[in-house]
Ligand binder design. Structure first.
Ligand SMILES: [Zn+2]
Ligand SMILES: [Zn+2]
Ligand SMILES: [Zn+2]
Ligand SMILES: [Zn+2]
Ligand SMILES: [Zn+2]
Ligand SMILES: [Zn+2]
Ligand SMILES: [Zn+2]
Length: 1731
């Protein structure tokens, strides 16, 4: 099958007819013949496909020839050419689920406009206010779409080149011949794809495809994916039905989930049919619905598969050329001539819901890559889409696949394009189509009154309906700026159609108050509220659209008014009744909220209210009468329903509806909640204001009283309830249209009132503000005007605090406050005023003026009925009829009075008195004639002052009285004075005089308050002192005691000697500073002094493996220590054992009891998950709850003091050479002694210099011995227990008290922990001594003393054996077989090991001896000097390859010594000459950490005080002080000179070691000193850089494009593929996720990761524990964003990252995990193992 096969079908040129044409048939039939021949062969093995093989065959047999024909040349060459010239200016990248998308809040037309990460990084929006989010999949990058962006539509990558625009470029790209060929090839390919995808015959193929083959009886049983059955259901059904293994069933299920369908059985028709029935039967058993199974003929299956392959082939082709796309689109849109049948693309769309997942994906990608890349065709596609809109949506609603898999999800791509939306509205009537679709899919929820009722609704189905509602939102995203008649008509038509939906909602789901008994079942209320939420912004958008054109606004108002009227019919049958009060009457139809049905769903009324304020705002209200006649208007009827709703809410708050259960409470909550209130509560208030502005005020108030069921309360003496609140909510004027405020003013006022409650985080404010259709709250524009930002600390978040000048805006009765917010705000504000020594009156702020249409509302305040109400309530309060009033009620009355007075004052200040008709003052001071009216309001208020229960309101009452006075004077002034302007200033003057008086009063009060506070403070501090006195030693353990003892010691020493020696080693050794330690057990609270012979006290401790100091993370760690020899530590410090403590002390016995109790407790409650692992000795510290796994016994330091004269005498004889000889003799003596019977366990010494016969085995004892310390049995027990724990944890082995490695591990953890602490002090820049935390100090002290004592619990022979091996590194005349090379040991570990094990050389069979103080001083000195020499050599060797960078020839003494030393060494190494100053420089820098560690070690071992310089941070002073403390010459090379004869052979041995030589020759690299200090990896400042990295991450193990969870290791920077089966690893027979297995290597089980897509840090330990931690990134509001839910730009916070770093270096990760798990129990369910 070659290109020629196609060439045979030459045809008529220029034919534009596609099908039904001879040439088409010609090519088509050849094409089909070819496919009939190959396809069934290629896809024959469906059960077990070899994908690569199939692909190869497809390429060779079909695609390659096809492409050759199409392009007329080698396809690779051709496509390469095509590729080079950029083709489209649209990016069009299709997002997969989880990919990060970016939107610009400044420039995006709506929030659905997004960029892919590449485009974003190359766009101007990078520096704008962007948002980042995780895609749910299915969207596409809008880069290049000029309609999506107000600015910067193109990124620099897609920006057309300056030379030629891509449009021209691509047009001259394809020559006519290729175009011609594509017009021939595409139709056939497309027709084939369409035919095969919608093919319904299971057994047969189209005739054209069957020609060449005989039909065989070969079938597949094919299982389809659905969202109804769970993974486990399918696996179960398959196992049962097919009898297959679990693994196979899992494989099938995974494939089905991914691809949408899969052949699960092959065979003859009958057997497949049988399998099908079986699967159906079994699946029906586990869930009600059977699985979808089909039996397909093998050939059908093969062709369908190939059709999809062709689809992706086309998809690839589309990306190359605009011409291809256009030709493709033309063919897809072509309708068959004379046929009513839909075109190709519509056929596929209509079939979409019936296709399986895999096919849909291919189809949608094809649409994206073709239609959506060409604006013109996008429009044509949209037209087709709209044509079948109803059908498609209905299919989708009855389908069960996710929306991203439905073709209907494409709507957002078209509807949000403004020009397209306008076109679709104007030409296709899309609004009407969408609303009709809604009406057609919802009728099942309509009740007999044609209202919706969602009882027993299906959540899934409604979610699908919401997507139709969303389409409406997309269409309305951009408001037109120009209205044509046609557009206006179509929009109005759509609006009317939309009103029909609202009509079905108006008054839906009515409720009735439950009397007597509680409702049995809470009705479903969620669906109705959810629809309200969905509709909120759509309603607002409709109103905005209407308001943008006066004509339209008035006409839509008329339509809406009509609709409301039609719905306001119920209750009309009732007879009107009459209600009188103080001379006014109201006629109304009887209705009681508490007895009659009521609904909170009134979208029609509220839309009308919304349109009404817009009429008022635009001024079009003056023409309203032309559209709605006053007779028709019927304001009472309009107000009726919203008023009922408000009454309902008030009654629910008054707990009158308690029996109606939670559902009603929830509805009322949402009614007022920020998610709904704009289109519910707020609009009801507006409707009430409309009523107040248009009705007679007295009538209006009567109506309100009646509806609130309060009429009787004011007629007779009857208790009222606190419900009249809506009267002053009529005063809310912060709505554009009701007064002259802007949207900004409104938001500002909301924020002020939120911040009056308390300072709030940005996210908290955002959540409390309503979002507009672009998900914006407008917060940023105004926040800085009203609040100041306070930055966060290392934890917590930044908050906004209200500016002081905004406090006067506070209105206690703000209508959006909830009950709790109201009281909290009141409390906060009163407290604040008190602190400022001001009165506590919180009067309402002066309101803005009503706009003209609403100006009548004020009349309510001074009408007769209002006065009656106020007077009645006040009278009751004054007359102390306590059962008739409450304080809250009086507060409201006072508020109303304040409002009235403020209003009158404002009016008087603005206009001349005679024009002010608002006469609140007059009414309030007027005396009535009747007995009831005998006292006026003002007098009543004055009397209030004397009511004891109203003490708290006194300040408010005073304020009101002043207001009365002021208004009075304003009135008098203006009537007397001729100049109006004077009134203002005089009034303020009058104000001032009263203010002065008040000031004095306040001052007096403040003074009194201050004295009072002082007294209390004094009392408090006295108490505190007592407390400290009594509890002094309760929790504070060592440090305080130590401090005291130190002081005593100092006194003693200063009296005896002027300055005792601060030298730790050698003959000048200073005295140990001994502290008498008296510790308190945290368990029994009893004190005990720490003594050798007493019962043990222990310190809680945690032992863990650690890689915190490693110099080489690529080194593979041994996971199990079974065969490990831990005596020597590699200088890389790859993995050590760290011992930490929380510093809390217990009696060993108390701790044991405690631990047993936990164990017992645990056994009794088997099912309670424990956060700690009892098996491994874990427990939580009883005091601080830190995670611990053992205890350290506290061993007291043994005082040592040497007589300096003795020491000097010894110095005369005991030179280093002599000392070495003695040691050698001792060791060889032992080896002879122990060699009885068996072979000599020690190799012979090179007998150089040991010939001195005067020395014999016992010489070593002659310099002083003493008897060993005797430990109490309980201390010994604890020594063994702790040593075993170190061994068990450090090596990951089973505990074994007799293992020979126990002492090694003890020394190792001691050395390693010191190194960790030294490292930490250095990175934190703290001095070496005196700056450790209490817990670190006591932990280290106990650890070192323990390590010294541990020796006594092991056989001395064993210790000697270890010692000899260690000395192998240092002794000139001895080298063991396994002695490592100088470059393979860490010298500090050797130092610690030898010092701690050295006393074992004094062991004698009969008596337990140890060196005396003087002996130890020399032993320590020489051991230290030897290791130091060795370490200097290490540094010299490792820096030998260093080339000098700067030539600062330093000719100091040190440099010269170094120079001469190097010359000496060169004779052994034959290396080149390195300048002495460079060597000295390297040594001085490199040796510091070692010296610091040694100083720490000897200090904690011997208790000798360090020089003062080490208590401070200073580079130079530190070196000198260290040398002095450790008895070293500051010119370190002098050591070599001094000991030259002794050291020379050693140097020779070290330097001739092959490892050393290879390093010197530069063949291998030795570790450099000082070692690098480990840090967490460097993170980029901008979080989107990380997201960028994550987006480029490809899983190393799998090639599919499935969603991955990239995770970054913060220790080493490795990017891992977490939570995915592809990267799981089998460790010791267990499947571990990528993170868990990485952690084993990288952090010895403990690790810290950053989940990039979630923006969270994960801490994990082992396989079972972990916790989440917010990432160290903050947005500009100082908040973290776990999960990227807010999506603000994020920047690295160094302090927080540093905190994480310390968490690691302090070895507190495990502790943090345990703490977080204890507080946060949710993570128990998580399978950390698979992370
Ligand atoms: Zn893009
Ligand atoms: Zn771009
Ligand atoms: Zn921008
Ligand atoms: Zn105790
Ligand atoms: Zn503790
Ligand atoms: Zn790592
Ligand atoms: Zn993977």
């Amino acid at each position: 099958f070659l290109v020629e096969d196609f060439k045979g079908t030459e045809v008529v040129k220029n034919s534009r007819e596609i099908t039904g044409n001879p040439w088409f048939l010609g090519f088509y039939s050849t094409f089909l013949q070819c496919l009939a021949k190959h396809v069934p062969n290629i896809y024959s093995a469906e059960m077990d496909p070899l994908v690569e093989k199939q692909e190869e065959m497809v390429q060779a047999a079909i695609l390659y020839p096809l492409e050759c024909y199409l392009f007329g040349e080698d396809p690779d060459v051709f496509l390469e050419k095509l590729q080079q010239s950029g083709t489209s200016q649209l990016c069009g990248k299709v997002f997969k689920g989880g990919e990060t998308t970016y939107s610009c809040r400044d420039c995006a037309v709506d929030p659905t406009c997004v960029l892919c990460i590449d485009c974003f990084q190359n766009s101007i929006h990078k520096n704008h206010r962007y948002k980042m989010h995780s895609s749910t999949g299915g969207g596409f990058c809008d880069c290049g779409d000029t309609e999506a962006w107000k600015a910067g539509p193109l990124c620099s990558k897609h920006e057309p080149g300056a030379s030629s625009s891509p449009k021209e470029n691509s047009e001259c790209q394809l020559n006519e011949e290729i175009m011609e060929h594509s017009r021939r090839v595409f139709p056939s390919v497309i027709k084939y794809i369409v035919d095969m995808l919608i093919w319904e015959e299971e057994k047969e193929l189209p005739v054209e495809l069957t020609i060449s083959r005989e039909k065989v009886d070969s079938y597949y049983c094919v299982l389809f994916n659905d969202e109804h059955h769970s993974y486990d259901h399918v696996i179960y059904s398959l196992q049962r039905a097919l009898g297959c293994e679990l693994g196979e069933a899992q494989l099938h299920t995974t494939a089905i989930d991914k691809e949408g369908r899969r052949a699960v059985k092959a065979g003859h028709y009958a057997s497949c049919q049988e399998a099908k029935e079986e699967i159906k039967r079994h699946s029906e058993n586990v869930s009600q619905r059977p699985l979808h199974v089909e039996v397909l003929h093998a050939d059908v299956m093969a062709h369908q598969k190939f059709a999809l392959r062709l689809g992706s082939w086309l998809n690839k082709l589309m990306s190359y050329s605009s011409d291809f796309r256009q030709i493709f689109c033309q063919i897809c849109l072509k309708e068959e001539a004379g046929s009513e049948k839909p075109c190709f693309i519509s056929k596929l769309m209509l079939w979409d819901a019936r296709l399986h997942k895999g096919a849909r994906k291919v189809l949608h990608e094809l649409i994206f890559s073709s239609f959506f890349m060409e604006m013109e065709y996008k429009k044509l596609f949209a037209v087709e889409f709209v044509k079948y809109y109803k059908a498609l949506q209905k299919e989708y609603i009855s389908d069960d696949h996710d929306r991203v898999l439905s073709v209907t999800a494409l709507s957002v791509q078209m509807f949000t394009v403004p020009t397209l939306a306008r076109h679709l509205i104007e030409e296709r009537n899309i609004i009407t189509i969408i609303t009709e679709t809604l009406l057609e899919v919802l009728p099942e929820y309509l009740d007999k009154n044609d209202k919706f009722n969602f009882q027993g609704y299906s959540q899934d189905k409604l979610n699908r309906v919401y997507s139709v509602i969303f389409d409406l939102r997309y269409i309305l995203v951009s408001k037109p700026t120009v209205w044509t008649d046609h557009l206006r008509e179509r929009f109005l038509e759509g609006f009317v159609s939309f009103l029909r939906i609202l009509t079905c909602m108006q008054g839906m789901e009515e409720i009735k108050r439950q009397i007597g008994q509680h409702i049995e079942v809470d009705p479903d209320w969620e669906a109705a509220i959810a629809i309200q939420m969905q509709l909120k912004n759509i309603l607002l958008m409709f109103q905005e659209w209407c308001a943008s054109d006066e004509e339209l606004l008035l006409r839509s108002y008329r339509e809406c008014h009509k609709a409301v009227m039609r719905c306001s019919t119920n209750g009309r049958s009732r007879e009107k009744t009459v209600f009188h009060l103080c001379g006014h009457t109201l006629e109304s139809r009887p209705y009681r909220v508490s007895a009659d049905p009521v609904s909170i769903h009134l979208p029609l009324s509220r839309t009308l209210a919304g349109l009404h304020v817009r009429l008022s705002k635009t001024g079009a209200i003056s023409r309203l009468h032309e559209f709605v006649s006053p007779e028709e208007f019927q304001v009472e009827l309009l107000v009726e329903y919203p008023l009922r709703c408000l009454v309902l809410v008030a009654q629910v708050a008054a707990e009158m509806w308690r029996r109606n259960g939670l559902s009603l409470i929830s509805q009322v909550f949402y009614y007022q909640d920020v998610k709904c209130r704009e289109e519910m509560y707020d609009k009801d208030i507006i409707m009430l204001q409309i009523g107040a502005s248009l009705m007679d005020p007295n009538q209006f108030l009567l109506l309100i009283l009646q509806r609130y069921e309060l009429a009787d309360a004011f007629k007779k003496i009857k208790p009222t309830k606190d419900q009249v609140s809506s009267i002053f909510f009529c005063w809310e004027r912060y709505v554009p249209g009701i007064s002259n405020v802007t949207k900004e003013d409104v938001i500002m006022r909301e924020i002020i009132h939120l911040l009056c409650i308390e300072p709030m985080a940005h996210s908290a404010i955002t959540k409390s503000l309503p979002e507009n259709e672009s998900n914006e709250t407008g917060l940023e524009n105004v926040i800085d005007k009203v609040a100041t930002f306070k930055k966060p600390g290392v934890s917590g978040h930044g908050v906004y605090e209200l500016k002081d000048e905004c406090l006067k805006e506070f209105n206690m009765f703000f209508y959006h406050y909830t009950k709790t917010q109201h009281s909290k705000a009141e409390h906060t504000q009163k407290k604040r005023r008190k602190q400022e020594n001001r009165d506590e009156a919180l009067p309402p702020p002066p309101p803005p003026d009503f706009s003209p249409a609403f100006s009548n509302v004020v009349r309510i305040l001074n009408c007769d009925v209002m006065m009656h109400i106020l007077r009645t309530l006040l009278q009751r309060a004054v007359e102390l009829e306590t059962h008739l009033w409450t304080e809250a009620m009086v507060q409201m009355v006072l508020h109303l009075l304040s409002l009235g007075l403020l209003e009158e004052k404002q009016q008087l200040q603005k206009s001349p008195e005679e024009e002010v008709t608002f006469d609140f003052y007059h009414k309030a001071t007027r005396m009535g004639s009747s007995a009831l009216n005998a006292v006026n309001v003002l007098m009543l208020v004055e009397k209030l002052k004397r009511v004891p229960q109203l003490e708290a309101q006194k300040d408010t009452v005073n304020w009101i009285l002043q207001m009365f006075d002021m208004v009075k004077r304003l009135r008098e002034k203006s009537s007397l004075a001729t100049v109006g302007a004077a009134s203002g200033s005089e009034a303020t003057k009058g104000d001032e005089s009263t203010q002065d008086k008040e000031k004095a009063e306040r001052k007096r009060k403040a003074e009194a308050a201050r004295l009072h506070r002082q007294k209390i403070m004094a009392q408090m501090s006295a108490l505190q002192r007592n407390f400290i006195e009594t509890h002094k030693l309760l929790y504070e353990n060592t440090l305080e005691a130590q401090g005291k003892d130190d002081a005593i010691m100092e006194e003693e020493s200063t009296s005896s000697a002027i300055d005792y020696s601060r030298i730790a080693l050698g003959p000048k050794r200073g005295p140990s500073v001994i502290e008498k330690e008296v510790l308190t057990c945290i368990l029994c609270q009893e004190e005990q002094e720490v003594k050798l012979e007493s019962a043990a006290m222990v310190l809680s401790a945690c032992v863990q493996k650690s890689t915190a100091l490693t110099q080489n993370r690529s080194r593979i760690l041994e996971l199990s220590g079974d065969t490990l020899d831990p005596l020597f530590m590699h200088p890389d410090l790859p993995c050590g054992t760290h011992t930490g403590s929380c510093g809390h002390v217990m009696h060993a016995a108390c701790w044991q009891k405690y631990f047993e109790a936990i164990q017992l407790n645990f056994r009794q409650r088997l099912h309670v998950e424990q956060i700690f692992d009892l098996e491994n000795g874990e427990y939580l510290c009883p005091l601080c709850k830190s995670l611990c796994n053992t205890v350290i016994p506290i061993v007291p330091l043994q005082a040592q003091k040497i007589n300096s004269e003795d020491a000097e005498a010894v110095a005369q004889i005991l030179s280093l050479a002599r000392w070495l000889e003695i040691v050698t003799v001792r060791i060889s003596g032992y080896s002879v002694k122990n060699a009885k019977g068996e072979k000599q366990s020690l190799p012979p010494f090179t007998n150089k210099g040991t010939g001195n016969s005067a020395l014999e085995f016992h010489s070593i004892l002659s310099f002083g011995v003493q008897s060993s310390a005797k430990y109490s049995s309980s201390i010994k027990e604890m020594l063994i227990l702790f040593a075993t724990t170190i061994y068990r944890v450090g090596l990951k082995v089973a505990p074994n008290e007799a293992d020979s490695r126990i002492p090694m591990m003890t020394w190792s953890t001691c050395a390693f922990t010191i190194q960790c602490i030294e490292n930490l002090l250095e990175t934190e820049g703290k001095p070496l001594f005196g700056s450790l935390q209490n817990r670190q100090h006591s932990g280290l002290k106990a650890l070192v003393q323990f390590a010294a004592a541990q020796r006594t619990t092991s056989p001395q022979l064993l210790i000697q054996k270890h010692l000899v091996r260690l000395l192998g590194v240092l002794l000139p005349n001895y080298k063991g077989e396994d002695t490592p090379s100088l470059l393979e040991v860490d010298m500090f570990h050797v130092l610690v090991g030898t010092v701690l094990s050295f006393p074992s050389l004094y062991w004698e069979d009969a008596v337990d001896l140890q060196p005396s103080s003087v002996s130890s001083a020399y032993n320590h000195l020489y051991l230290f000097h030897l290791t130091t020499l060795a370490h200097i050599m290490q540094i010299v060797i490792s820096s030998a390859t260093e080339s000098p960078t700067a030539h600062t020839s330093d000719n100091s003494e040190e440099a010269q010594s170094a120079q001469s030393f190097c010359r000496e060494v060169c004779q052994y190494t034959s290396g080149q000459d390195i300048p002495g100053w460079l060597v000295w420089d390297c040594v001085k820098k490199g040796i510091m950490p070692y010296l610091r560690c040694a100083a720490l070690f000897f200090h904690y071992l011997l208790g000798v005080s360090p020089p003062e310089e080490l208590l401070q941070v200073s580079e130079e002073g530190q070196f000198k002080a260290l040398c002095s403390y450790l008895s070293l010459p500051t010119n370190l090379f002098q050591l070599f000179h001094e000991y030259w004869d002794t050291v020379n052979p050693l140097l020779q041995r070290w330097c001739t070691d092959p490892v050393v030589l290879s390093c010197l020759k530069g063949k291998s690299i030795a570790i450099r000193y000082p070692r690098k200090r480990n840090h967490l990896i460097e993170l980029p400042e901008d979080y989107s850089c990380l997201l960028n990295q994550a987006s480029q991450f490809r899983c190393p193990r799998s090639s599919d494009d499935e969603q991955k969870h990239p995770v970054l290791c913060l220790f080493c920077g490795a990017m891992l593929c977490s939570q995915n089966t592809c990267c799981q690893e089998l460790v010791n027979g267990e499947e571990l996720g990528a993170c868990t297995s990485h952690a084993l290597q990288c952090g010895a089980g403990v690790c810290m990761f950053l989940k990039i897509r979630e923006c969270k840090v994960v801490l994990i330990e082992g396989k079972t524990r972990g916790c989440l931690y917010p990432a160290p990134y903050l947005d500009e509001y100082g908040e973290t964003d776990p999960g990227l839910t807010r999506g603000n730009p994020l920047h690295l916070c160094q302090e927080r990252y540093r905190k994480l770093h310390l968490l690691w270096q302090q070895h507190c990760i495990i502790e943090e995990i345990a703490r977080s798990q204890e507080t946060n129990q949710i993570f128990f369910g998580f399978n950390w193992q698979l992370l």
